[in-house]
Design a protein around this ligand. Structure first.
Ligand code: AMP
Length: 594
């Protein structure tokens, strides 16, 4: 059995659904568009700056003013306390000009690194775009990081400036400040009445003395623009370097994979501390001139449904972990709601279980469209498109302009596996504009990602006879049992088809006879109690679907599974804890119970 058979099993494909009131999809004919596509052509959709310069913030903000969009709402911010603030493209241009001027007045120069550690507040969005306008490099950190992960990232990234809040500064920075000699300026968004200690600036006062006149720096397309940290299994986090040219990919993938149209009200639920929240929670929606929703609050089923309904969201981009929580809460929570303006839903970050796709089709009348990419790829690489049937459990097909293949990379040589449904490593032919240009100060790790013209993703996958890609697992997470390669995703997907199971995390544990055997950890839906009977029932249930070679031998219950802050189940941590091994880099771990 391979991932595809396991995933599709009883499920048919979901025929493309384009609601009668919907706009015609941007990507109407996948094959035709893929043949006609060129990255030069895509760049032509952007305005650029003189002499071949390109700046992300110019494309996201300034150019809209010349196109009569100054009064259009760019960001609709929903605060935790329930208030609402609209920022038009005109206002955003002014606020980001002022912020860029302020950085320059502080003596910072193009290329300097500006970090943020903020919740989803307007200052974060203004700082990101203002920094890019100033030709400086922006690096967003999750506000929930503790002092150690913050320190590591500020040091690796050689932060010259940090924008944060007074409580976050007190809790996470004050104690490490003297270990950060390169950090010259800290801007506090809410300084209060008391005088600030040396080296801290109150942002509101500084801004009130700063003119909103700034000419966006004419950056070279290859100038560094963004720094996103990604943590591996061991060692320190790697800083993936992205350049201004990435905006070309953000812009077109926003059109193709998210089907963004100018009149959309678009909501990306990701935090900008994660690459999705930057590429698709700031850049792509703005270059495409949509109105984007920023929701400051954390996940809550009814609040999320309120946002969808009251803000008349038309395109929604979220993650499997949230979708599974919505499933757990039940379809009834949607009863009586008017979501008629919603026309496209997509998901990223983790494998989207086929069960979740089918559920969403029943609950919302349209399926979630899964798409796949990584911090390193800078933008969406494989997706299910509005104009294509969805095969539940599949990641879809490569974006126009992207060549993806399943390869065998055993001896440092890459061989493309031509036969459909063979498991191999997912590889992408280099040459798209948003691929990382380096891991900061870590050339060895960077070079290891490439063989010849191929970028190796570290994910195992298969491609079926129709050209759809199916995720099998991270190469590190794949289980080798009695000569079979077992992807944790197919086992997890089959377990969550059981009505009692909300989430599942699957690992391999050493076994003398089999090499490894499959072990699963599950969380339960409300109304279900863990018992020996339920454990046996789940094992039987999985065996029926997957066969005895693939089904878990052991199942344990947990109240929660360890996850990253971006919502990915941390299988390697489940494994390390099971086997009593070192936990490695856990800086991205969301606090968990175990
Ligand atoms: P990150 O760089 O933190 O965004 O993580 C990228 C990794 O997340 C990928 O290499 C995959 O292992 C996983 N991932 C992201 N999107 C998907 C998806 N749609 N299906 C399966 N895995 C995914």
């Amino acid at each position: 059995m391979n991932a595809q058979e396991g995933a599709v099993g009883a499920m048919e494909r979901i025929a493309k659904k384009i609601a009668p009131h919907s706009l015609s999809p941007n990507l109407k004919d996948y094959d035709k568009e893929s043949r006609a596509f060129s990255w030069e052509g895509a760049r032509g959709q952007l305005d650029g700056l003189p002499d071949g310069s390109l700046n992300i913030a110019y494309e996201a903000v300034d150019r809209h003013l010349l196109k009569g969009r100054a009064d259009k709402v760019a960001i609709r911010w929903l605060s935790k306390s329930g208030s609402r603030k609209d920022i038009t493209y005109g206002q955003l241009a002014e606020d980001t000009d002022r912020f860029a001027r302020l950085l320059t007045n502080l003596g910072l120069n193009p290329g300097d690194r500006v970090f943020s550690m903020l919740g989803r507040v307007p200052e974060l969005y203004i700082a990101a775009l203002g920094t890019l306008k100033a030709g400086m490099v922006f690096s967003p950190l999750f506000s929930a990081f503790g002092p150690e992960p913050v320190k590591t990232r500020l040091i690796i990234g050689e932060a010259a400036c940090l924008i944060t809040s007074a409580p976050l500064y007190r809790r996470k920075i004050a104690s490490i400040r003297n270990e950060l000699p390169k950090l010259e300026h800290v801007l506090i968004i809410d300084p209060g009445e008391d005088e600030l200690p040396e080296g801290l600036h109150g942002l509101p006062a500084l801004l009130s003395q700063t003119e909103a006149d700034f000419q966006t720096v004419a950056t070279d397309p290859e100038d560094m623009a963004l720094l996103h940290f990604t943590s591996g299994t061991t060692g320190t986090p790697k800083g993936a370097v992205h350049v201004h040219a990435a905006v070309i990919a953000h812009h077109v993938t926003g059109q193709y994979a998210l089907d963004l149209h100018e009149d959309d009200i678009y909501w990306c639920t990701a935090d900008p501390g994660w690459v999705t929240g930057m590429s698709y929670g700031i850049i792509a929606p703005l270059t495409n001139a949509t109105t984007m929703i920023v929701n400051e609050a954390e996940f809550d089923v009814d609040q999320w449904y309120d946002v969808l309904e009251k803000e008349r969201v038309s395109v929604w981009y979220t993650a499997p972990t949230a979708i599974r929580m919505l499933m757990k809460a039940g379809k009834e929570r949607l009863e009586g709601r008017d979501l008629s303006h919603l026309r496209f839903m997509s998901s990223v970050g983790e494998p989207l279980n086929p069960e979740a796709v089918v559920w969403s089709d029943e609950a919302f009348g349209m399926p979630f469209h899964d798409n796949w990419w990584q911090t390193e790829t800078g933008g969406i690489m494989i997706a299910n498109y509005a104009s294509m049937d969805v095969k539940p459990g599949s990641m879809g097909k490569p974006l126009p302009g992207i060549e993806a293949a399943i390869v065998d990379n055993r001896n440092g040589n890459v061989t493309v596996l031509e036969e459909p449904n063979e498991i191999g490593e997912l590889a992408l032919r280099t040459g798209w504009p948003s691929i990382m240009r380096a891991y900061l100060n870590n050339p060895e790790k960077f070079e290891k990602c490439f063989v010849g013209e191929w970028y190796l993703t570290g994910d195992l996958a298969v491609q079926d006879e129709d050209g759809y890609f199916w995720f099998v697992g991270r190469a590190d997470d794949v289980i080798k049992s009695a000569g079979h390669l077992i992807g944790p995703f197919e086992v997890e997907s089959s377990l969550i088809e059981h009505p009692g199971v909300a989430e599942a995390g699957v690992i391999g544990i050493p076994d003398e006879r089999m090499g490894e055997v499959v072990k699963a950890y599950v969380t339960l839906n409300s109304g279900f109690q863990w018992s020996e009977e339920l454990r046996k029932e789940l094992i039987g249930f999985a065996r029926k679907r997957l066969g005895p070679a693939v089904a878990p031998r052991e199942i344990e219950v947990r109240n929660t599974l360890p996850k990253t802050r971006s919502g990915k189940i941390m299988r390697r941590l489940l494994k390390a804890r099971e086997l009593g091994l070192p936990e490695g880099d856990i800086s991205t771990l969301e606090s968990d119970e175990s």
